[in-house]
Each structure stands twice: as C-alpha cells, then as structure tokens.
Design a protein. Sequence first.
Length: 309
Amino acid sequence: MTDEIHELIIVGGGPAGLAAGIYAARDGLDCLLLEKGMAGGQIVVTAEVANYPGFPEPLAGMELARRMEEQARAFGLRIAEEAVTGLVPEGRSILLRTAAGERRARAVIVATGASYRRIGVPGEERLAGRGVSYCGTCDGPLFAGGRVVVVGGGDTAVEEALFIARFASSVTVVHRRDSLRAGRHLRRRASAEPKIAFAWNTVVREILGGEKVQGVIAEDVASDRRREIPCDGVFVFVGTMPNTGFLEGAVALDDRGYVVTDIRMRTSVPGVFAAGDVRADSVRQVASSVGDGVTALLEAECHLAGLEG
Ligand code: NAP
C-alpha cells in the first residue's frame, strides 16, 4: 500500500468491472481493479451462457469470465484480491477503505454486483451445504438420481432447474404464484422437460432433515394447507441482494440498497460511477453489464479530463 492516487479504481471483477478494466487498460489509464475473491462475478456459477452475442455455441459462465479476465490482463490491467469496506469522497479524490488498508483514486467504478437471497425458513441455515444449495452449477451433480426441490419462479430458478434435471430423477419447482416470472424461452423448455413438475401457489415453510435434507414443508398460499414434499436437495433461487454495504451513507442507494445512477452511470458522488447488477435500473444480463461497464469507464475518463482542465 502506498500514498499513490490512481486515476481509476474499479471495485468488483464481474462482467461490468472487467469490461471497464479492458477499456481502461487499453486506453493506458493508471487503473487498478479490486476483487474480494475470484474474478468473474455471478456468471462463474452459471452453467451455460447462451445469449451473449458473438458466442453462438453456449459457453460455461466460468469460461466466459476466464476469457474476459485474460483479455483484461493482456491489456495490462492490474487486479488485486482485496475486499473494499468503505468509500469516502475527499473532494478531488476518493478514499477506499479496504481489508488491507486505504487506497485513493480520482475516479471509482463500483461494479460489486449482487448476491443470492435466502428464504429465511427453519432448517435453511442449518442444512446449508447438507442438501440446501444456492448454486445448481456447483452442486447439481451431487444429486444424481435424487429428488430435488427448487424454490423460485424467475429466470435463475428455471434455468437452474433445467440444469439440475440433467442429474436428478425429479425436480419440483415450488413457486409462490400461479405463473412463472421467467422468460418465454425458459418457460417452454421447462414445461417440455418430463423430470420437472411445478407446485404452484406454494411456499416452503420449513426444510426438514437431521444430518441431511429429507424434505420440505410446503404450504398452499390460498388454503394455508401444509404438506410434506420428500426430497434430497433444496435449491433456493429467489433473487438477489446488492453488494453495497460499503457504500451506505456515502452514495445514494434506493430502498432495496441498489446504487442509484443516471443513464451515464453517474452516482450521487462526483467521480463515483456504478455499473452492472449493483445498479438500481440494471436489467441484469451479462451483455447489459458489459455495456454499463464501458459507459461508466467513458464517463470516468470525461471526469478525469475535467479534473485536469
Ligand atoms: P428474480 O427475477 O427477481 O426472480 C426471483 C423469483 O423468486 C421470483 O419468481 C419471485 O417470485 C421469487 N421469490 C422472491 N422472494 C421469494 C420468497 N421469499 N419466497 C419464495 N419465492 C420468492 O431473480 P432471478 O431469477 O435471480 O433473476 C435475476 C435477474 O437476472 C433477472 O433480471 C433475470 O432476468 C436475470 N437472469 C437472466 C437469465 C437469462 O437471461 N438467461 C438467467 C438468470 C437470470 P415472484 O415471481 O412472485 O416475484
């Protein structure tokens, strides 16, 4: 750690952060990308990315992330494994508090993405890693020949249910409404998959099991009637929460904690930009996150030029 002030620090190494990093490094900016763990973001746990333009053959999310990182490093982007814990505007520069100390930059791009949400029912925490999972790509193969419950009705739930159905003997998608939120293409694929069944208007009230998951207590939301669905695994895909704890009190967030930006990715703090899933208006696609990252970078360059002028 030094007293140096970087031109740009990018926080987060998913598609938005890496896209910004590719442009920044190629433009010769003094730029550092901070990532708390492995670069790649949420696509790393996506079995297959089939809608990213330019890749007609579906690509594992891990592989797409690896290629983005390789491209960024090839342009000379420096990446440090360091969690950011706070952000303090200091006039012409921005202070970042990190697990390793403090860093300063003239501009910051926040691209910290979002993390999975829990359903918060008895048994969920205790049985996490013992049959309760939040990543089909990681844990789906563990349930070969088994019975699986998937909770949720969005794109993630349906996409992951389809992936898990490659291994499991049956997948029951438990959804709290009578229709899926997931897009048409995924809805069609799921209804054509004989291993997938739906429990509509149903919520999981409890996850059962001693050492391992043995079933769930499911409740019909109209009648309140409860029944047990025996299963070996429970996968929860009920949306995400933004990774913005370190921004509280420093940058304007919406009521769900996502960063508020304008269409040029500018936040409430001059010099601080946000891109990708962490942003309030994000449509949460790899392609849109990449676009956000590039927009944020070009705006950050305008900001830097303004500081010089
Ligand atoms: P999401 O779209 O927010 O869907 C969350 C689902 O969980 C909804 O069906 C919701 O029910 C349900 N839910 C929320 N809280 C719940 C609770 N406490 N108990 C039971 N159910 C609950 O989240 P997502 O599926 O993770 O998708 C996130 C974003 O990524 C979306 O914009 C999506 O389009 C995008 N995405 C796209 C792709 C793709 O294009 N292939 C793949 C994955 C994700 P309700 O429907 O009743 O609200």
